[in-house]
Design a protein around this ligand. Sequence first.
Ligand SMILES: *[C@@H]1O[C@H](CO)[C@@H](O)[C@H](O)[C@H]1NC(C)=O
Ligand SMILES: *[C@@H]1O[C@H](CO)[C@@H](O)[C@H](O)[C@H]1NC(C)=O
Ligand SMILES: *[C@@H]1O[C@H](CO)[C@@H](O)[C@H](O)[C@H]1NC(C)=O
Length: 335
Amino acid sequence: MLARCYRPKLSVWAALCVLVLCWFYVFPVYRLPRDKDVVEEVLRQGEAWHKNQTGIDLYRKLLTDCCDPRRMFAVTKENSPVGKVLWYDGEFYHSHTVNNETYSLFVQDNPLQLPLKKCAVVGNGGILRHSKCGHHIDRADFIMRCNLPPLSKGFVEDVGTRTHLVTANPSIIEKRFQNLLWSRKSFVDSMKAYGSSYVYMPAFSMKPGTDLSLRAHYALADSSSNLTMLFANPEFLRTVGKFWKAHGVHGKRLSSGLFMVSLALGLCEEVAVYGFWPFSVDLEEKPISHHYYDNMPPYKGFHAMPEEFVQLWHLHKSGTLRMRVGRCPPQEGGS
Ligand SMILES: *[C@@H]1O[C@H](CO)[C@@H](O)[C@H](O)[C@H]1NC(C)=O
Ligand SMILES: *[C@@H]1O[C@H](CO)[C@@H](O)[C@H](O)[C@H]1NC(C)=O
Ligand SMILES: *[C@@H]1O[C@H](CO)[C@@H](O)[C@H](O)[C@H]1NC(C)=O
């Protein structure tokens, strides 16, 4: 009889242990604030914001010391001569040794006119929809966008039209343009939305991305496009990843958005960010879509969006950058 009582007890304990372990796995000890708490804090903070030159200078120095964005953000002839081994930052033990062919595709040196004054980094969050932030964004001196976002007429009012640098993940090109193995016309045509900006591709992050990025480069070059291809330097991506890991961002890989914010903090005199809001409701607790242009959820567990948001929010509160959430005030309201 005793034994009979024990058996269920044991399995109950085992089940409890498993539950606790799962709990710690899903909700690690560094618990993030709940979405509702974040929303409430953002609401409390409201429009109050003061630029903090000490914070701006501090982060520029921290990022320069760790990651040297000025020299390292792109693969250049200067930092990657023939024979240089580029270690993929998104894979273990894969590398590309720069050869004559790839070398000829690199820009000579950092092509950006430094220092950049006011920079805007535009994420793709659904919070941008109906934000009327287009004018605000377009007023910046240097505008960065992520992952070839649509800039068609319907979105202009909310996201603006100008672009100086746009990131392009190989996976997007794979999906949207059939790997560029067939006609490249639709790719070249859709890239016209970005005027004469830089296209920033992580060509040396994942093995399958390299050929695709080279094809994208050739497609642009062959069509005498006004865009300039820049390949992200895997060493820069790796050091920036480490920098944020030390600040408590634990995702497998940073989002393109946080890479761009890091670049902006390193190179710009002032940084404003838009469309970074990884929650499913807006400030009025109305549901919003994942992106301003669609409602496709991102891969689970790949990026640590709420963790990234908390970092950006700290930077906003300290006055190091300005984060826009929700509607931009009409006309005036910059600085
Ligand atoms: C300004 O930034 C510095 C460095 O991040 C920080 O220590 C300080 O508290 C900030 N000042 C204000 C008023 O937030
Ligand atoms: C690469 O180019 C250089 C200079 O143009 C040439 O001297 C060298 O032989 C080339 N190497 C290969 C492997 O083609
Ligand atoms: C490149 O820019 C020039 C001047 O702005 C413009 O006339 C031309 O049509 C552009 N070319 C392409 C392929 O977009």
